[in-house]
Ligand binder design. Structure first.
Ligand code: CA
Length: 226
């Protein structure tokens, strides 16, 4: 029986979700705030988390961040009241697996929950490496040998994307679309500025950068054999 942690401060919605999931044979655990949810996630086995974003006290994004930091790798479905794309993108970048915009139908929620649970144990690829760099995709950390390199969220996304495409040229168009979700970025030198800043953080002084420039096109992290 899958244990589902529901974090929601609207009491009626929380009750409905709890009862609905229990009827479907899930084992719901509930919390109306982030602090209590974190405690549950750290001390009890949880198979899936349904997380509202607008919570009293800790915001849902912060709850998600702390859950991922503490190594919780189970699927997280975020509930957002906002119709803007920002929260969804931010949530997915921040380690959420899926999102639902309120108001949603219960059938839709149930379908998402089942789909996430079917995916089974955490994504198989939890680590990437390139040269002496290691990326922990679950906790979103980067190490060179054993030393952690602090990166911003976007720097991490950028590096992870380049390393995932190791051995392939990644165009500026791809980066604008995947990392900035915006083609306007292409009109500026934002991408180049970001890549240069990232290089300064991850490369060793005096060594060739792990991120090569492909003139007129984009960037390349050489594959193991190139
Ligand atoms: Ca709320």
């Amino acid at each position: 029986m899958a244990r589902v942690l529901i974090v929601e401060d609207e009491k009626r919605l929380l009750r409905n979700l709890r009862d609905g999931l229990a009827e479907e044979g899930f084992e719901p655990v509930t919390s109306t705030n982030g602090e209590a949810a974190l405690l549950i996630a750290e001390t009890q086995p949880v198979d899936l988390v349904i997380l509202d974003l607008m919570l009293p006290g800790l915001h849902g994004f912060e709850v998600l961040r702390r859950m991922r930091l503490s190594g919780m790798s189970r699927p997280v479905l975020i509930l957002t009241a906002s119709e803007g794309v920002d929260d969804r993108v931010r949530g997915l970048n921040g380690g959420a697996d899926d999102y639902l915009v309120k108001p949603f139908s219960y059938a839709e929620l149930l379908a998402r929950v089942k789909a996430l649970l079917r995916r089974g144990p955490p994504r198989d690829q939890m680590e990437l490496s390139a040269g002496s760099l290691k990326l922990d995709l679950v906790q979103r950390l980067v190490f060179r040998e054993d030393e952690e390199i602090p990166l911003s969220r976007r720097e991490f996304d950028l590096l992870a994307f380049l390393v995932r495409h190791q051995g392939e040229t990644v165009t500026r168009e791809m980066l604008a679309r995947e990392i900035w979700r915006d083609s306007q970025t292409l009109l500026t030198n934002v991408i180049d500025v970001f890549v240069n800043r990232l290089r300064r953080r991850i490369d060793r002084e005096g060594e060739e950068s792990i991120i090569r420039t492909v003139r007129g096109t984009g960037y390349l992290v050489p594959g193991a054999r190139s």
